[in-house]
Design a protein around this ligand. Structure first.
Ligand code: C2E
Ligand code: CMP
Ligand code: CA
Ligand code: CA
Length: 390
């Protein structure tokens, strides 16, 4: 990526004209720039911009021609922002924010058209932009539906048993959320948790999940009379970076009078993208006695250096490797090396997505400690789990 550069221009210098293609935007470091429209030899000023203001961004963001012309009013120095620099930032933003940007730019172009009383030009949306708009709108609709469903108490926690792979005794369970709308099929968390995670819903939602899991764990402990049973709770990245996550979890733990070492927090490697802040939180949780597990291990991009510094109790090998390992040597090689890596770091290994007996036998032979998958059980309601434990 090229770097932004600072360039000086004399007064009255035309930077670009309406209708041209644009490959850069400008930020005014010093000086003043006029933005204007021309029609039939007449100029229509739109705005006079000064220090710190940006212009020439529209043609880049909406991939259309320059919506107006720009000329320096006095000697000016301008910072040139390349197309890549600008687009990189736009593309990194949320799809809904990008939708808003497109809508606003479209309105501004339409307003400019009115100023010169041109016959209305048709502004085409590209196919890709159209698709994105539809997705963004769907996302907002789903978010509203989720929020309503949350109020209506349509969510329930289910539990998928985790077994000791040697004895096949249940030693814990992973809490997996289920959404049962009053009509129609249940909706997969793979669909709605993604939307939840990228909206402000994640804070009340995350708190509700932890509270439900703690309440259920208390009930398991009092009814099933099982020692050392732990519940694994999925914690999403956004939740994890919530500033008072530790106090919020601790308050709930105390409310239900639970000991922290029967609570396992499951996070994906993605939480490490933020580096040291996440590591600090992990260390504090570990100091308080919580168990920590890395989910979907092997699919992320966490640096091993971080991994070595994390106070992890176990890693969970991703289902995709378990599914493929019997037919694909590469997947098997990955499974073996993940097990070896975990063992050398004194971590226990959980294999998820075990569906076949052969998979179980192979994983047992390779030294995996715990297993989870349809072979043992799908995620089930609390009362069914308690019956299994009795
Ligand atoms: P995950 O944490 O990787 O959860 C494991 C998923 O694999 C679950 O899907 C589980 O039902 C499924 N699974 C387990 N064993 C097998 C198997 O043998 N075969 C097959 N085909 N699938 C198996 P589920 O419940 O649909 O959850 C999908 C994802 O949604 C989870 O992936 C997790 O990322 C997210 N999620 C679910 N519940 C929660 C929650 O309470 N909080 C958060 N933050 N995320 C959740
Ligand atoms: P772009 O379309 O790339 O080139 C012309 C620039 O003028 C445009 O980006 C905006 O930065 C700016 N611009 C367009 N319309 C207006 C307006 N109505 N008021 C102020 N600035 C504008
Ligand atoms: Ca999980
Ligand atoms: Ca997983």
């Amino acid at each position: 990526m090229s770097k932004a550069s600072l360039v000086s221009y004399p007064a009255n210098y035309t930077l670009f004209s309406q209708g041209e293609k644009g490959d850069r935007a400008y930020i005014i470091d010093k000086g003043r720039v006029i933005i204007f429209l021309s029609k039939d030899g007449e100029e229509f000023p739109l705005s006079i911009l000064g220090e710190g203001e940006i212009f020439g961004e529209m043609a880049i963001i909406d991939s259309q021609v320059r919506s107006a012309s720009a000329k320096t009013l006095e000697e000016s120095s301008l910072i040139i922002v390349t197309k890549d620099q600008l687009l990189e930032r736009v593309q990194a933003s949320d799809t809904v924010v990008r939708l808003l940007l497109r809508v606003l730019l479209k309105r501004l172009r339409a307003q400019n058209d009115l100023i010169v009383i041109q016959p209305k030009k048709k502004i085409f949306n590209t196919e890709k932009a159209k698709k994105e708009d539809i997705l963004a709108v769907e996302k907002i609709k789903l978010e509203a539906k989720i929020s309503q469903a949350f109020e209506n108490k349509e969510f329930v926690m289910f539990y998928q048993p985790i077994v000791n792979i040697k004895t096949e005794k249940i030693i814990g369970a992973e809490a997996l959320i289920r959404w049962f709308p009053p009509t129609g099929e249940p909706i997969s968390p793979a669909v709605f948790m993604d939307v939840v995670e990228y909206s402000s819903l994640i804070i009340p939602f995350g708190k509700w999940i932890v509270e439900e899991c703690f309440r259920d764990l208390k009930q398991i402990q009092s009814e099933a009379n099982i020692k050392d049973f732990s519940v694994s709770i999925n914690i999403s990245g956004k939740q994890f970076h919530q500033f008072d996550i530790i106090n919020s979890v601790e308050d709930l733990r105390k409310k239900f009078d639970l000991v922290s070492n029967c609570i396992k927090l499951e996070m994906t490697e993605r939480i490490m993208m933020d580096g040291n802040a996440a590591l600090d939180t992990l260390i504090r949780f570990a100091d308080l006695g919580y168990k920590l597990s890395i989910d979907d291990f092997g699919t992320g991009f966490s640096s091993l250096q971080y991994l070595f510094r994390m106070p992890l109790d176990n890693i969970k090998i991703d289902r995709s490797f378990i599914r493929d390992m019997l037919k694909d040597d590469k997947a098997l090689a990955i499974v073996k090396s993940l097990i070896y890596l975990a063992q050398s770091l004194n971590m226990l290994v959980v294999a998820e997505g075990i569906e076949k007996d052969e998979e179980k036998h192979l994983l047992k032979a390779l030294g995996v400690d715990f297993g989870q998958g349809y072979l043992f059980s799908k995620a089930i309601p609390l009362k069914d789990l308690i019956s299994k434990l009795k």
